[in-house]
Design a protein. Structure first.
Length: 737
């Protein structure tokens, strides 16, 4: 019996060894093989980690994120490098710090073409690459689209802003992402999906009204994420997918005096959620307390895809933390905000954290013990001098050789879009001087909050309230050119033309080499029919812009052409139109001027073909400079020739480009009334008054109702105008029109 037993035992041992070897080999093969399913980054804008249940927050429900966390690895201390959307995403997608990517602010910066983003590297490894973004801040022109074969940054739908829509509902973005995944015919894909919820302004669907406004937007974002996960599961993609849920930065919510984000570098703005759901649920349920950072994501993704990792990346792969096989050696994590420097001339802020302490370099430096003081209320820099020195030296080593560049120009049509998203749209301050010579943002945050409140009022057309707040800021800090420019814009929209003109002049005095102030003042003077003054200022703008700023040069010569038309100077109008076209080739201003000359003579049949050609060329130019009133005049010409369908189309094109064009809206109302579409005519008048709630706007609305024979509605508008404005201002509005 001994021999058969020994024989059986040996066979069993061999079999067990074979199985163990097979299991070990399978595990090794699995660990060493690149992921074959989709790699998805879902970036939820302005999402604080400590406002999610998975991080212990009780006041909102996020079932989709909770489920993703259960299937993945939760990083408890992940940090952004910037409290602003564009710089944060540039680092997240490149694996490089802001002073390395060169993207230091939302406005005035683009990702350099030499930067190699993750999408480019994964394309080389045979991945289909697609990105869907939900904010104007991440538009294609920022360069964040580099490497993506498919990039959708369309902000669809109508907008009350003259510059167009600024954000897209995350639900619509998610639908685009689904469509792209269906279209590519492969599971080997890299998708970047950006949701703008819960970014301010908070306006979640009413079904989430039980939560506070910020949390309601988080609940809505969670619903969208749940829909996306459901799609992946329905198409048998979820199990093989690697899903990275992260945010670009957090939100202040008043913790240090800042309601939103951008100025400060405290935990509420920099600590972000990070959940990594690996293929087949590897590491499911694990929680990691090691501090990690945005720039670790690209090395991690490339590690998972078995793609080469560029040697210029500071971040490290999180694979050991995901697998539970190791830790990352001690390091400091860098963050910065130059928002106060670029927008207000205050000190920039830089910081490092080692996970336990955060050091903030400012005119009055700060140190916080994040373990004992997670709310960063007690600055211990004065008594922890050795730790301040150590972290300060680490910051110096990180930033050695880095400089603070001046921002580039921001297109004038972009200002309002930035303001609508809560950002200060005008970049004015060049990089210079020592932080010690500049104001500490801690002492100035009240100005920023007042400014943001003014922008909120302006966005909803509460002009008097906006103007009052802007004046309050300027009494305290009268050298803020962007505030003068905003005051000029708001006062003009409110019909306070002399106040607007004075604000333009203040801006010009502060920055005499910036053509935008001259252009604003000249446009206003043209509206007031002060043609000689308008021509002088527009000429100054043209000389300043010259060849250095083609778009500003084109705008100046366009304005000079329109001033010449108002003067009846045909030759000057033609000459200025040609100069505008030279500044921006393809700008159809010469055609428009020739058409206007015929139109002003009442030769509508002769003018129409020229207007049509100019309108067609303008549409082909896409996002290039647009000629105000071009489509209005084309539409009005069609209307006069009783070609109503074509007139309607052109007038809507005008409103698409310039939503506050009262003449185009008035013309549409008249067209609808003429063709028996009385309900649409009434709606158009209501929109006119809603979008331009000024004495002039009410006067135009009342005049239209009178023309249509509806004296009751005309009287109602006049009564409302008297309630809102003084009789003198309302009368002035009627006279001006």
């Amino acid at each position: 019996m001994a021999r058969p037993f020994r024989y059986t035992f040996i066979l069993g041992l061999v079999a067990v060894s074979t199985v163990l070897a097979a299991v070990g080999g399978w595990r090794y093969a699995r660990a060493s093989a690149p992921v074959s399913g989709p790699i998805v980054i879902i970036s939820v804008d302005a999402l604080r980690a400590d406002h999610l249940p998975v991080y212990g927050y009780p006041d909102v429900r996020t079932p989709a994120i909770d489920a993703l966390a259960a299937d993945g690895v939760v990083f408890e201390r992940a940090f952004s490098h910037s409290p602003q959307t564009l710089p944060a995403h540039a680092s997240l997608l490149s694996g490089r710090l802001p002073f390395e990517t060169g993207v230091r602010d939302n406005a005035g910066f683009v990702v350099r073409s030499a930067e190699r983003l993750a999408a480019e590297i994964l394309t080389d490894r045979g991945y289909a690459t697609g990105a869907v973004v939900s904010s104007f801040v991440l538009r294609k022109e920022t360069g964040i689209s580099q490497g993506f074969a498919f990039f959708d940054g369309e902000m669809p739908g109508s907008s009350d802003l003259a510059s167009g829509p600024v954000q897209r509902d995350g639900s619509d973005s998610e639908a685009v992402a689904e469509k792209w995944l269906r279209s590519i015919g492969t599971s080997r894909a890299f998708l970047f999906l950006h949701l703008n919820e819960p970014h301010a302004p908070y306006a979640a669907p009413s079904r989430f009204a039980e939560f506070a406004p910020y949390d309601a937007e988080i609940a809505y974002a969670d619903e969208i994420i749940g829909r996306f996960v459901k799609y992946l599961k329905a198409h048998q993609l979820y199990d093989q997918s690697t899903i990275i849920l992260v945010s670009d930065h957090g939100e202040g919510l008043g913790d240090h005096g800042e309601r939103e984000h951008g100025l400060f570098v405290y935990d509420e703005a920099l600590r972000v959620p990070l959940i990594v759901k690996q293929a087949a649920g590897e590491g499911a349920g694990r929680r990691v307390s090691d501090p990690v950072q945005h720039i670790d994501l690209v090395p991690t993704i490339l590690d998972l895809a078995k793609a080469p990792v560029p040697g210029n990346l500071r971040g490290r792969s999180l694979k050991p933390l995901l697998d539970g096989t190791g830790h990352l050696s001690d390091r400091v994590i860098y963050s910065e905000s130059l928002f106060g420097l670029y927008r207000f001339g205050w000190s920039g802020l830089t910081s490092v954290t080692d996970g336990r302490y955060r050091y903030v370099r400012a005119p009055r430096e700060e140190l916080y013990d994040l373990q004992q003081d997670p709310g960063e209320r007690s600055n211990v820099a004065g008594r922890e001098t050795q730790r301040v020195r150590k972290l300060g030296e680490a910051l110096d080593r990180l930033t050695s050789g880095a400089r603070i560049p001046a921002p580039g120009q921001v297109a004038p049509e972009d200002y309002e879009r930035f303001a609508a998203l809560g950002y200060v749209g005008r970049v004015t301050v060049a990089a210079a001087g020592s932080n010690a010579d500049l104001a500490d943002p801690k002492d100035k945050s009240g100005i920023l909050e007042t400014y943001r409140a003014a922008l909120e009022h302006a966005t909803v057309r509460h002009w008097p309230q906006a103007i009052e707040l802007l004046q309050k800021i300027l009494r305290e800090q009268p050298d803020m050119i962007d505030v003068w420019a905003e005051l000029a814009s708001d006062a003009s929209l409110a019909g306070r033309y002399e106040q607007a003109l004075d604000a333009h002049k203040k801006a010009i005095a502060l920055e005499p080499k910036d053509p935008s102030g001259y252009l604003g003042a000249a446009a206003l003077l043209l509206r007031l029919r002060r043609l000689d003054d308008a021509r002088e200022l527009a000429g100054s703008a043209a000389r300043l812009a010259s060849e250095s700023d083609p778009r500003a040069s084109a705008s100046a010569h366009e304005l000079l052409a329109k001033i010449a038309l108002a003067h009846g100077d045909r030759d000057a109008a033609r000459g200025e139109a040609e100069l505008a076209r030279r500044a921006v080739p393809g700008l159809p201003l010469p055609l428009y001027v020739e058409a206007r000359l015929l139109y002003d003579e009442g030769r509508y049949n002769d003018a129409l073909p020229l207007f049509e050609r100019a309108a067609s060329e303008s549409e082909r130019a896409g996002d290039g400079p647009q000629i105000a009133d071009l489509h209005f005049h084309a539409g009005d010409t069609f209307f006069r020739l009783e070609r109503y369908a074509e007139a309607e189309y052109q007038l809507w094109l005008e409103l698409k480009r310039f939503p506050r064009n009262m003449r185009a809206r008035s013309a549409l109302a008249t067209l609808y009334q003429t063709t028996g579409r009385t309900r649409e005519a009434a709606d158009m008048i209501a929109d006119l008054v809603r979008l331009t709630p000024t004495p002039e706007g009410f006067a135009v609305g009342a005049r239209l109702w009178t023309t249509f024979g509806n004296r009751r509605e005309a009287a109602a508008l006049r009564v409302k105008a008297r309630q809102l404005f003084t009789p003198r201002r309302f009368a002035a509005g009627v006279t001006r029109h």
